[in-house]
Ligand binder design. Structure first.
Ligand SMILES: Nc1ncnc2c1ncn2[C@@H]1O[C@H](COP(=O)(O)OP(=O)(O)OP(=O)(O)O)[C@@H](O)[C@H]1O
Ligand SMILES: [Mg+2]
Length: 399
């Protein structure tokens, strides 16, 4: 055993593939971000007045997932604060992790040196302390609220309202807000006044195309891998797969990293196309599992019904059959079932999420009906539903 472990460790230390694996991890911000020159320059131009002591405009940044919004913002703000020294404070808050007004304010306070307990204070008291703290600092503070849609959907726009109005109450300091989202519909949730003050400037991040992703991957691969560690087809394949998925650079990097890990684990010195294919399967499975885990209960139950029927080898699944199974499962669990009409909608939603495939077929003079099939593996479904089904005592029934 000891020798086996030593083998594993040695293989890692003397990797023939990785020169520096960290350079591919999601948190690493590379020195160069190709194909984002326009966004980098525009952001820098909007923020530059901070260097002369004026408050930069608030900025609203949007674009699909993996288009470089977080990386570009952190890069530009890092450079700005380096140049501005002590006079500019930059605070980065991820609103997926901090999705309540209280937590965002507490995070903000912590970053300007004020301690706020995790809970217990009234929000108005935290606001007061933040205000006093900012005033005492006498600086230009730039707050980045990344994935801001999570905060607004969960807790409304109270903090945004507070932060975009705060300058009226500050005389010694100035504060700007940068809001980032990949959810374009989220703007509808915002109060008109918040919308207009947050959107003083707007910055759009278009998806990367195939060639751009290839370029980006090549540069990042040069830092992360030994020369010759990648077969020629590997980068174009990762780029092509990610380009089809809305030009998501995170996916492209994830595929490359996973493919290399698969190759390394199987003791090979070169990453090949087959490793990318295996990585793609793994990534797709993880995506499906994540989607399933975050679905509302009734949607999960409908998916569970389709899954159970499939396991029971029932052919030609129609909405009616699924509805009956759903009602049965809901009753076992003591949950009030929703209407068949709502189940139809849920089936459409599952279809749009790519978890099932609903095909309309003609029944001649009996009209038309939908035939439904699972389009992800049973494994993904089992893993995605595991916790809920276990909690609800359904494991016996389904697996
Ligand atoms: N132009 C680029 N050059 C090099 N790496 C990039 C580039 N654009 C994005 N990346 C990398 O791709 C990954 C995803 O980028 P980022 O996290 O900035 O996406 P995002 O737009 O914030 O997505 P989301 O909306 O999901 O938060 C990161 O690892 C980032 O470093
Ligand atoms: Mg991001």
């Amino acid at each position: 055993m000891v020798d086996e472990l030593d083998d594993i460790f040695e293989r890692f230390i003397h990797s023939k593939i990785f020169k520096n694996r960290e350079k591919l991890l999601p948190d690493y911000i590379p020195d160069r971000l190709p194909h984002r020159d326009e966004q980098i320059k525009k952001l820098a131009t909007i923020l530059a007045p901070a260097l002369g002591g004026s408050r930069p405009s608030n900025i609203f940044i949007y674009g699909l997932t993996g288009t470089g919004k977080t990386a570009v913002s952190r890069y530009v703000l890092g450079r700005l604060t380096k140049k501005g020294g002590d006079n500019i404070v930059y605070i980065y808050i991820n609103c997926r992790q901090n999705d309540t007004n209280y937590r965002v304010l507490a995070e903000l306070a912590r970053n300007i040196g004020i301690k706020i307990p995790f809970t217990g204070l009234a929000t108005s008291e935290v606001k007061k302390r933040v205000l006093e703290g900012l005033e005492r600092r006498g600086k230009i503070v730039i707050v980045v609220l990344d994935e801001i849609d999570h905060l607004v959907k969960k807790s409304g726009d109270d903090v945004l309202y507070f932060l975009t109005r705060i300058n009226e109450q500050l005389s010694n300091s100035k504060l700007s807000v940068i809001g980032i989202t990949n959810d374009l519909k989220f703007m509808e949730f915002l109060d008109a006044r918040v919308k207009s003050s947050l959107g003083e400037e707007e910055l759009v991040f278009p998806p990367y195309n195939n060639k751009e992703l290839e370029d980006i991957l090549r540069k990042r691969a040069a830092e992360a891998f030994h020369e010759g560690a990648l077969d020629n087809s590997v980068i174009p394949l990762c780029a092509a797969i990610a380009a089809r998925q809305n030009g998501d650079c995170r996916l492209a990097l994830d595929l490359l990293l996973k493919a290399a890990e698969i190759a390394e684990r199987s003791g090979e010195n070169v990453v090949k196309e087959e490793h990318v294919r295996l990585a793609q399967k793994e990534v797709e499975k993880n995506l499906a599992v994540d989607v399933i885990k975050t679905m509302p209960l009734h949607v999960k139950l409908v998916l569970a019904s389709i899954y159970v029927l499939t396991k029971e080898k029932v052919k030609n699944l129609t909405t009616g059959l699924i509805y009956n199974k759903y009602v049965y499962l809901a009753k076992i669990m003591g949950i009030e079932p929703v209407t068949q009409r709502r189940i139809s909608d849920i089936i459409n939603e599952l279809d749009m999420l790519g978890l099932i495939n609903a095909r309309v077929v003609s029944l001649g003079r009996y009209g038309r009906t939908k035939i439904i099939k699972l389009s992800v593996s049973s494994n993904s479904i089992e893993e995605g539903l595991k916790e809920d089904l276990f909690m609800l005592g359904l494991t016996e029934l389904t697996i």
